[in-house]
Design a protein around this ligand. Structure first.
Ligand code: G1P
Length: 291
């Protein structure tokens, strides 16, 4: 079985749910506590053993490239001022030369199309796909949990969670088959079905391990839900040839593509920090009492 070495991050989206914050700033660069959203997702991938990061970007996204670049002057200034803690933290985040690639999705034709734009960089290997709108909080990262399942099953693995049955129209929904390991065999997949058409209430939470054959299926693909080329439709076609397994993710997920999820993420990650928890707890108790 081939190791999962590469991860694709589709970061071309406009972030319209988050205007005006995203007018000049990529949504992936909004900060949760003191790190940009994209940093959390990249750290999740690296924890899972990913060696090469592939970003599918678009116009106005150069701040992401700058974030992952070496900032020589900044590093020198921090060294001169003896700020070694933060310098070490920045350097630990830094991808090594050649471990990061960028390509552009020139036209916003949908998530499936964005993934297809990475085909030459993925170059025939099974790969991880992480949607940066979703950030996760768990003891073991979501992608690492999935790699553990993948090492037992091979094939394709999707992380799933349960949603309120009335909310299936917001997500890709999977059908539940036989239980296996940390999840179940997937019987079908539908992108954003109405509750009455949904095969279950298990939604795809934005983390995938996919075999490279997905690219030839994406190549010939037509528009699906919302008039976009959908990864879910291509996965359903691949499912005719290869097994798909659901991993039931253990942890919290925040949809940072919308303000509510973003605020929740800020609170949850700040509460994880020893230096902030006591102050925030007092502050929140006060806010709740006044409200
Ligand atoms: C995408 C996928 C969907 C998945 C969701 C998770 O939808 O198409 O299957 O459930 O991400 O966030 P989007 O949020 O881009 O509309």
């Amino acid at each position: 079985m081939q190791k999962i070495r590469k991860a694709v991050f589709p970061v071309a989206g406009l972030g319209t749910r988050f205007l005006p914050a995203t007018k000049a700033l990529p949504k992936e660069m909004l900060t949760v506590v003191d790190k940009p959203i994209i940093q959390y997702v990249v750290e999740e991938a690296r924890e899972a053993g990913i060696e090469h990061l592939i970003f599918v970007t678009g116009r106005n996204k150069t701040a992401i490239e700058d974030h992952f670049d070496v900032q020589v002057e900044l590093y020198e200034t921090l060294t001169q001022r003896g700020k070694t803690d933060i310098l070490e933290r920045l350097q630990a985040m830094q991808p090594q030369p050649g471990q990061i690639s960028y390509t552009r999705q020139q036209v916003p034709l949908g998530l499936g199309h964005a993934v297809w734009c990475a085909r030459e960089l993925v170059s025939g290997e099974p790969f991880a796909l992480l949607l940066p709108d979703m950030i996760m909080q768990s003891e073991t990262g979501c992608m690492k949990q999935m790699v553990e399942l993948y090492e037992q099953t091979g094939g394709n693995v999707l992380a799933v969670e349960e949603c309120d049955p009335s909310q299936t129209h917001k997500y890709g929904i999977v059908g539940r088959g036989k239980d296996t390991h940390s999840g179940f065999e997937i019987t079908e997949m539908v992108e954003k079905p109405k509750p009455e058409d949904a095969p279950s209430n298990f939604y795809i939470n934005g983390r995938y391990i996919l075999q490279p054959q997905i690219f030839s299926l994406l190549e010939s693909q037509e528009q699906g839900a919302g008039g976009e080329i959908q990864i879910t439709d291509a996965m359903l076609r691949l499912h005719a040839e290869q097994p798909f397994y659901a991993h039931i993710y253990r942890g919290r997920t925040f949809d940072c593509g919308a303000p509510e999820g973003f605020v929740e993420a800020n609170l949850a990650f700040a509460m994880e920090r020893d230096e902030m928890r006591p102050y925030l707890t007092r502050f929140l108790k006060g806010v709740l009492k006044d409200g």
